[in-house]
Design a protein around this ligand. Structure first.
Ligand SMILES: [Zn+2]
Length: 444
């Protein structure tokens, strides 16, 4: 208990179950908790972390002081008004402003700017996160006797470590080997009898392309995270391996995983025991920016961290029976969302529009430009296989019209025009996190 300081009743209960129970027992218990117990665990955790950070974190204490907020009166995130922690804060301020006690580990996230954001942890915290990861894996059918190959990028990233420790808690065989060339793993599939693959989507596509040509192995489950998985990628990978692909969502700042899909594959079940999730400024469909408070970390807690990803809560109970809340698949980065007269545009719209279009590589970009008084939505693509630009243009128009009738309706009534540009191969490859939707109107 010393790890977290003073705890409320509901939090003491969950600490006991998590730390003393087996993974299967904890997974079953956590899955069926009534909502009111989960809400109680969250409310207590939130109050505890706010009081703790007010005492130990310079950054948070300063924010409270400037606004005259008394931390003992804060019971919900809204009580903090405009107090947030942003990725920019983490980049621009010294780590000492956020670290509350002597750290034992550090991990990094590389963003679009190329500068890393750093998050510090204790060994206890990594171990604790891994227990929840283990429960989530158990819920998806991972069992003792299975063999996991995990190729999440290692280096300064956190996910491969949490996956490894999660397997350790279950006594499950795990090779967490960084991110080798897919062929290196392919050549060992039979030797080590891996039947569960954890990897990022594009790496999985490469591995699956090899397996499609040279033969697959007995794989029962594939878990993907760390990059975007389109429906098209998922379908291809599932067809090659005859195994379900389950998606996870998280980041180094979130300590690895924030949520994981269940077998229904409809939204991420959120780890509500360790995170309080808010959707900031939701639109009429409930989509807004994801904001996350870490409830159980004490080395470097993050209070109302703006993840810059756009998503929404999914309504209703999940058929799998789990009572924890679900988040929809991420629509895109908040800085990739483009506000137009025709409505908010997100990268996932265009991902679905390009899906199944023959002859384009997966390197594409959509730009919103301005010509005179008109918004132009410009599709930039690299063509392959000798396809004609006219054929691609027709396919894209048809997909936009049939898959997003409301977006198309705004086009037919003249709210924006469409443009198509075909580029030589390689021109759209601009680093690890290429922007798929850009707003160029300010520069016009
Ligand atoms: Zn579910």
């Amino acid at each position: 208990m010393r790890r977290l300081g003073m705890l409320g009743k509901a939090r003491r209960l969950i600490e006991r179950v998590v730390m003393r129970g087996s993974v299967p027992a904890f997974a079953r218990w956590g899955k069926s908790l009534p909502r009111r117990v989960i809400q109680r665990i969250q409310a207590e955790g939130f109050k505890e972390v706010v009081l703790y950070a007010a005492r130990h974190q310079k950054f948070f204490a300063r924010q409270l002081h400037e606004r005259g907020i008394n931390p003992s009166r804060v019971t919900r995130p809204e009580d903090l008004g405009d107090v947030f922690t942003t990725p920019e804060d983490l980049l621009s301020l010294p780590a000492e402003d956020f670290i509350c006690r002597e750290p034992q580990a550090v991990f990094e996230t590389t963003g679009t700017t190329g500068r890393p954001k750093r998050t510090y942890f204790s060994y206890d915290e990594l171990d604790y996160a891994a227990r929840f990861e283990a429960a989530a894996l158990y819920e998806n059918g991972v069992r003792r006797g299975d063999r996991v190959i995990c190729t999440f990028d290692a280096g300064y990233w956190i996910s491969s470590w949490v996956a490894y420790l999660g397997c350790k808690h279950m006594g499950v065989f795990c090779s967490s080997v960084g991110k080798p060339h897919p062929r290196e793993v392919y050549s060992r599939l039979h030797e080590y009898r891996y039947n569960i693959i954890m990897a990022d989507p594009t790496w999985l596509v490469s591995l699956s392309e090899i397996a499609e040509k040279e033969g697959t192995a007995q794989v029962k489950l594939i878990i993907a995270a760390g990059d975007r998985m389109t429906d098209e990628y998922r379908k291809f990978i599932e067809e090659v391996w005859h195994a379900p692909v389950i998606l996870g969502y998280g980041s180094t700042e979130m300590g690895g995983g924030l949520g994981l899909e269940c077998s229904e594959r409809d939204g991420y079940h959120i780890d509500e025991f360790n995170f309080w999730v808010e959707i900031l400024n939701p639109d009429s469909d409930g989509f807004g920016e994801l904001v996350v408070t870490t409830l159980t970390r004490r080395t470097m807690p993050l209070i109302r961290y703006r993840a810059r990803d756009v998503t929404r809560f999914l309504e209703g109970a999940c058929p799998c029976g789990a009572t924890i809340a679900r988040l929809a698949k991420i629509r895109g980065r908040r800085d990739e969302m483009v506000v137009m007269g025709a409505g908010n545009m997100y990268p996932d719209i265009f991902e679905k529009v390009f899906e199944g279009v023959e002859g384009i590589s997966d390197r594409w970009q959509v730009a919103v430009r301005q010509e005179g008084r008109h918004d132009i939505v410009e599709f930039r693509m690299e063509l392959s296989n000798g396809i004609t630009p006219a054929a691609v243009e027709q396919a894209v128009r048809t997909n936009l019209q049939t898959r997003f009738p409301e977006v198309w309706a705004n086009h037919t009534c003249g709210m924006y025009r469409l443009a198509f540009r075909c580029l030589p191969a390689g021109s759209l490859e601009t680093g690890r996190k290429r922007r798929r939707l850009v707003d160029e109107r300010s520069a016009a």
